[in-house]
Design a protein around this ligand. Structure first.
Ligand SMILES: [Zn+2]
Length: 492
């Protein structure tokens, strides 16, 4: 990628942000000052009233409001929505300027299907969504679409397995692993950012630690990272952490433990055990975590997650779309059947599981290695509110209202820490030479409005969002001036 400025052009300032409270993404406290951008990059950071304006400069008086690096959503399933609804309003309206897609072993490329894709790949859509036999095809689609936000794309292990294996239930044969590794090379050479697994899911569960570490090692050879939705986040969560740490160590790769939680009522409180184990492992190898700021998770409606010990809400159902947004228990009562039978009748479906303890959520969010990631499911009819509310909720609710950590720490967890963990060059910081992905927000009022009952709600307090130097979105707007691109890995 080339900047629109070069040495032969005299310095110019396209935008100057004056009277800003600058959160630079580093976890340091904010400082008053001003920032200038030219073309796609940040070119000056200085004391108040010192940056000269040119004839074409657009000045923004922030009146003491916050200027931060654009937020990076470290965990998304936005592979398809960046192409189908490229304005990306649910994300850009939160101040997000980059999404990490392809998580949980599920990526749109490189795989195609003749019939309906199996769960969980159906979370991204039907077979018509999977039209990218190579990663280069997907990269080209991103470039032609120009989404509203940047995209760092992981390649999912389930997608690789479904593209190369005859029997998805077991471990891959040597020849099948070799076929996966060819696809890894192709993907990384064409701008993928790394690897993801979803060992919890049937399409990925057959892979043992050997298979995972062999594939991960190939991503590592290309400079990729490795994010995992672990095999077990319930009773055997400690075994799964040990497996994840071990496979990443064998592959020599940066590990990200996805949406860390201790799910199920009998495991509430166990982040007191898991976080020290992760901290200890992280002293010896690079490890990060992502988390969303809610005590409910969401995925397919699965028989093994149905229980009467926590609330379950239906987020979509193919045979019974009229039940979307209702509780499974109410549906079962209405049908005079038990929960299992109601779930069977609703399938294929999605659900929101109120399976976590709020104290665990807070402990994980406050953990120093934790990045913020929404894990939002953009194709759900009645999505978990994390899709529209995650970032303002972390700043407004957890930092400002509850004082779980300072606002600069909230910002660091969604900018500098994430860019470093995912190797996103020149992003996630306000520093001279970095890309001008920026958000202006009001730290006194910023808050989420999306709820479980009413999830499609804009947040409050996010005022302007710049992507690669362009003013892309302003509060209240329903149009987006799109300027995103593929980032991470070889894409830069
Ligand atoms: Zn997941």
């Amino acid at each position: 990628m080339t900047s629109t400025t070069d040495e032969t052009t005299p310095p110019r300032h396209d935008h100057i942000f004056r009277n800003a409270l600058i959160y630079d993404g580093s976890n340091d406290g904010p400082l008053p000052g001003e920032v200038a951008i030219a073309g796609e990059r940040i070119v000056a950071i200085a004391d108040q009233g010192t940056i000269p304006a040119g004839p074409a400069t657009r000045e923004h008086d922030l009146k003491g409001k916050a200027l931060a690096p654009g937020f990076i959503d470290s965990h998304t399933h936005d592979d398809r929505i960046v192409l189908d609804s490229p304005d990306m309003l649910p994300k850009i309206s939160q101040g997000v300027t980059t999404v990490v897609a392809g998580n949980c072993g599920i990526s749109l490329a490189p795989v195609t299907f003749d019939g309906p894709p199996p769960a969980p790949l159906n979370l991204l859509g039907g077979k018509e969504a999977y039209q990218f036999p190579t990663f280069a095809d997907y990269a080209r689609a991103i470039a032609e679409t120009t989404p509203g936000v940047n995209v760092a794309a992981l390649v999912g292990h389930s997608s690789l397995r479904l593209a190369t294996m005859s029997d998805i239930g077991g471990k891959a044969a040597a020849s099948e692993i070799a076929a996966m590794l060819d696809r890894v090379d192709e993907a990384m050479e064409n701008g993928a950012a790394g690897f993801s697994t979803g060992l919890f899911y049937p399409t990925n569960a057959g892979a043992d630690a050997d298979e995972v570490s062999q594939v991960a090692a190939r991503f590592s050879a290309h400079g990729g990272v490795y994010a995992t939705h672990m095999r077990d986040e319930m009773d055997h969560v400690l075994d799964s952490i040990a497996e994840s740490v071990d496979t990443a160590a064998r592959a020599g790769i940066q590990l990200v433990i996805s949406h860390h939680k201790c799910a199920g009522v009998s495991n509430w409180g166990r982040t007191r055990e898991t976080l020290p184990v992760i901290a200890k492992a992280a002293a010896g190898q690079p490890i990060g975590i992502d988390a969303y700021p809610y005590a409910a998770g969401s995925t397919n409606l699965r028989a093994d997650l149905v229980t009467d010990t926590y609330r379950i809400m239906i987020s979509w159902s193919e045979p019974h779309p009229e039940m979307t947004g209702r509780d499974l228990a109410d549906i079962a009562a209405e049908w005079s059947v038990d929960l299992d039978e109601a779930a069977r009748r609703l399938d294929p479906a999605g659900a929101i599981y109120f399976q976590m303890d709020e104290d665990d959520v807070r402990r994980v969010l406050a953990f120093p290695l934790t990045m913020i990631g929404s894990d939002g499911l953009p194709h759900d009819k009645h999505p978990h509110p994390r899709l529209w509310g995650t970032f303002p909720r972390v700043i407004g609710h957890y930092a400002r209202e509850l004082g779980l950590f300072p606002i600069e720490t909230a910002i660091h967890k969604m900018t500098g820490l994430t860019a470093k963990t995912f190797n996103l060059k020149d992003r996630g910081r306000i520093a001279e030479g970095c890309f001008a992905d920026l958000v202006i927000f009001d730290p006194a009022t910023v808050i989420d409005r999306a709820t479980y009952e009413d999830p499609l709600q804009f947040s409050v307090g996010i005022e302007k969002v710049f992507v690669n130097g362009r003013l892309s979105w302003e509060a209240g707007a329903t149009t987006v001036h799109r300027n995103g691109r593929l980032v991470g890995g070889r894409a830069g």
